[in-house]
Design a protein around this ligand. Structure first.
Ligand code: FES
Length: 311
């Protein structure tokens, strides 16, 4: 993977967009220009408490922006990254960042259908702002949140289909996806269940027309399984509340890691036997056929055999 320089940034502005979502504007200490980016890009920040977290850039980007703007939703069930951003970061706080990197690029199309789940609105807001500036009017947004209060930037999308699930249940996406259209690109960003649903409901679309990004590594782990470490044959139990990476390390297997959020690729392992529930935002489809990112991904069944990546 490509090496990205570390940037030292300072928080220039901090604003609450909703009771749970806070906006941070980050600049170089000398106010100079930052590396450019395109819509869909993210930066990885190290929070004051030491967590590395990737956040989408919400502005439309360009060649030499003066600031990076990210929005962070406080996740009370999270592992501390969002809490540190909310509790420890004030105007003037210095943060290190890597990036920008873009694994969710905005590609040309006649029409766009955006599906945003919660804070998944952030890369989509960047894309929509860019498209509007370029005169593209044919974009639709399905914006799915628990309540209207949880929906930052909602006022920027007066034509959006905004669905708030509290008391109403989930929006039926099928009417919006039933008819495939090669002139439309579908972009979906949100939590894993939404990604899965959109993937399933667009199985009859041309794959190149459907783009998805899970906005964060899941904090909860679904089911326990057993990992067999191929070089030694050692069997390692991976409990429901523990990552494969953590369980292997607990058993004395050395595996490198960096982001521990499924975005950097450092913790990649070869899969020698067994199915995988991929939860990362880094591997290509080709790479997923024979490897996984152990910090977030899990066995799809009761057992999986993994080992170091070779070659
Ligand atoms: S440590 Fe970065 S993807 Fe696993």
């Amino acid at each position: 993977m490509s090496w990205l320089p570390e940037l030292r940034l300072v928080v220039a502005d901090r604003t609450d967009l909703t009771p749970t979502v806070r906006r941070f504007a980050l600049r170089r200490p000398d106010g100079g220009p930052l590396p450019g980016y395109e819509p869909g890009a993210h930066v990885t920040l190290t929070t004051p408490a030491g967590h590395r977290r990737s956040y989408s850039l919400v502005e439309p980007g360009g060649e030499a922006p003066g600031e990076y703007v990210v929005c962070v939703r406080r996740d009370p069930a999270g592992r501390g990254g969002s809490a540190s951003m909310h509790d420890d970061v004030v105007v003037g706080t210095g943060l290190t960042a890597t990036g920008p990197r873009n694994r969710f690029p905005l590609l040309p199309a006649k029409r766009y259908l955006f599906i945003a789940g919660g804070i998944g609105i952030t890369p989509i807001r960047s894309m929509a702002t860019r498209l509007r500036a370029e005169g593209c009017a044919d974009l639709r947004l399905l914006y799915l949140t628990r309540t209207a209060e949880d929906a930052p930037f909602l006022d920027e999308f007066p034509d959006a289909t905004a669905h708030h699930s509290a008391g109403r249940g989930r929006l039926d996406l099928w009417p919006h996806l039933a008819t495939p259209d090669d002139d439309t690109r579908v972009y979906c960003c949100g939590p894993l269940p939404l990604i899965r649903s959109v993937r399933a409901l667009t199985a009859h679309w041309r794959p190149s027309r459907v783009h998805v990004e899970e906005f964060t590594a899941p904090d909860g782990y679904a089911a326990p399984f057993t990992a067999v470490w191929a070089p030694t044959g050692r069997r390692v139990d991976v409990p429901a509340n523990r990552s494969l990476l953590s369980a292997l390390r607990g058993a004395g297997v050395a595996v490198d890691s960096s982001c521990e959020a499924g975005t950097c690729g450092t913790c990649r392992l070869a899969v020698l036997d067994g199915g995988v529930e991929h939860r990362d935002a880094a591997l290509t489809d080709e790479e997923r056929r024979a490897s996984l990112l152990s910090c977030v991904s899990r066995a799809a069944a009761e057992e999986i055999t993994v080992g170091p990546v070779t070659g």
